[in-house]
Design a protein around this ligand. Structure first.
Ligand SMILES: [Zn+2]
Length: 162
């Protein structure tokens, strides 16, 4: 491998075979950022119950599309949904593709920002530790999730172990 190839390729050793990523423009993450996002569905009323209902709709979509367990989440800022996500672990073959992280990535892409100050997340169920920590790093204002008793629980994100 010459120096030029070495600069263009990044070899990552994982638990299985080595993975190779091209850093050439037009591939990988750079290409994903250029995709135009679909318009977001806004609820008929701006209140927590409607945001949770949208998160549950996304969870149902995960089940219908065969993505295993149904989880959904929406990010809200100033009363408007600015990002949404659903469990996509199986369709993406990505164990971190939980609905909350999918929603955070979607909102960051739409708002073209790496952090989401002033945003709140509404989840179809209680976030796991990974997602709770992602909410902390995204600087979300508050986490809301549906409980088993149909109540909406609200908590402030906090750092927890990965
Ligand atoms: Zn999670």
């Amino acid at each position: 491998m010459n120096g030029n190839c070495r600069r263009k390729l990044l070899r990552v050793m994982a638990f299985g075979p080595a993975l190779t990523f091209s850093t050439a423009s037009g591939t990988g993450l750079a290409a994903q950022k250029r995709e135009e996002p679909e318009p977001l569905i806004q609820p008929s009323e701006q209140n927590p119950a409607h945001y949770i209902a949208r998160a549950k709709d996304l969870a149902d979509t995960s089940i219908k599309l065969g993505d295993g367990t149904g989880y959904g989440a929406v990010l809200v800022k100033n009363g408007l949904i600015v990002g949404e996500g659903r469990n996509r672990i199986y369709s993406l073959n990505d164990p971190t593709a939980h609905s909350e992280i999918d929603a955070i990535r979607d909102a960051c892409r739409r708002l073209t920002t790496p952090t989401l100050e002033g945003c709140e997340i509404f989840c179809s169920a209680r976030p796991c530790q990974m997602c709770d920590t992602a909410c902390y790093w995204a600087k979300l204002k508050r986490i809301h999730y549906a409980s088993a008793k149909s109540e909406i629980i609200s908590v402030v994100p906090h750092y927890s172990r990965c």
